[in-house]
Design a protein around this ligand. Structure first.
Ligand code: KG4
Length: 345
């Protein structure tokens, strides 16, 4: 019987479970999202989120149980950080209980490293038996992780160690999308809505700041963007804003994407990368996917982009990382760490 990893994710406002058989890939993935619950608060409320995990995780397990031959579960993988402490603790308690009842070992996974690895999931699904060799040929790898809480450029080395080579100095790219959307009266989380409204808009009509201009400085910055949008909106009445919504969203989105693209290109030139990746919630953005794909092509670097279902928070990437990452903490060593950094496994 193939050994199977059962993964638990609960670092923020998604409760998720996944099953992965290393010889077959991900066989089942379930996500329960709390977006509606937090929308009226304009962001995630940690105590509400953790209470939701308490009810959602057992319901997801009940749905998964018919697909689990209990004796085949050898590993329970769980996100141990970074994330919201009450949410991480809820997932960890649940995972610990599962490891006792299935008599399986408990493995702790770093959520940020899982985002980096998520770009490789499709490669593994296509050919599980050859995965290790195929990945070896694609390292070192430059990963761009763009989400609501993080915006990072990470170098994944041949020995699977990771090094952050640049990060945002203020807001994350997803946060910039969400804050801009809020100023425009769009509901939280606003990234996908800004993208939809930007469709057909003229990105040149309104121009917004694009972070730190020096090419050699890989740091990103998005806080000036929302301030510029606020000043722009103050000059317009509601009718004018409504009439120009599509152009405003196109210009705002372009400022975020142009900055990500330019730092991604500059980072590609700093190392001898064989491949590059894009992941995290903002990686759902189709224009961003296309632009980074083209940028990688122009540098003759193979591009791996996480599938949409693996961009936002999900347990598939946690199961995959439990299989694919370097030596991970096990059993009693698995502790929740809300401020875990990329470099720690
Ligand atoms: O990784 P993720 O699901 O979780 C957090 O980090 O919280 O990322 C969520 C972020 C939100 O900021 C959301 O607005 C953004 O990803 N996002 C998008 C798109 N879809 C989600 N941003 C731009 N375009 C999209 N299509």
């Amino acid at each position: 019987m193939d050994r199977v990893i059962l993964a638990v994710e609960s670092s923020c406002d998604e409760s998720a479970l996944a099953l992965l058989a290393p010889g077959q890939g991900l066989t089942h993935e379930l996500v329960s999202t709390q977006t509606e619950l937090h929308r009226k608060h304009g962001g995630v409320v940690p105590d509400l989120a953790s209470r939701e995990h308490l009810t959602a995780l057992p319901l997801l397990l009940r749905e998964l149980l018919p697909h689990i031959a209990q004796q085949s579960i050898t590993t329970i993988a769980v996100t141990r950080g970074p994330g919201l402490l009450p949410c991480l603790s809820m997932g960890l308690s649940f995972a610990r209980a599962l490891s006792l009842s299935f008599n399986a070992q408990l493995v702790g996974v770093n959520h940020l490293r899982a985002h980096v690895h998520s770009s490789f999931i499709a490669l593994h699904s296509a050919n599980p038996a050859q995965f290790i060799d195929m990945r070896e040929a694609l390292l070192p790898h430059l990963a761009m992780v763009v989400s609501g809480g993080n915006t990072l450029l990470v170098s994944l080395e041949k020995d699977l160690s990771m090094r952050v080579i640049a990060r945002t100095v203020d807001d994350a790219a997803g946060e910039a999308f969400d804050k801009g959307a809020r100023l425009l009266g769009l509901p939280y989380p606003g990234g996908a809505l800004v993208e939809a409204k930007a469709e057909g808009g003229d990105p040149r009509r309104f121009s917004f700041p694009r972070g730190i201009p020096e090419r050699a400085d890989l740091r990103l910055s998005f806080s000036g963007l929302k301030t510029a949008l606020r000043y722009q909106l103050e000059k317009m009445d509601d009718q004018a804003v409504a009439a120009a919504m599509s152009d405003i969203c196109a210009g705002y989105q372009e400022a975020i994407i142009a900055q990500l693209e330019s730092k991604f290109k500059a980072a590609l030139e700093t190392g001898n990368y064989r491949s590059a990746g894009l992941s995290g919630g903002v990686a759902n953005n189709r224009t961003l996917r296309l632009r980074l794909e083209r940028a990688a092509q122009s540098h003759s670097v193979h591009m791996l982009i996480a599938q949409p279902k693996h961009c936002g928070d999900n347990a598939g990437m946690i199961a995959f990382t439990a299989m694919a990452d370097a030596k991970l903490p096990r059993g009693e060593q698995v502790i929740a760490d809300p401020s875990l950094i990329v470099e720690s496994v």
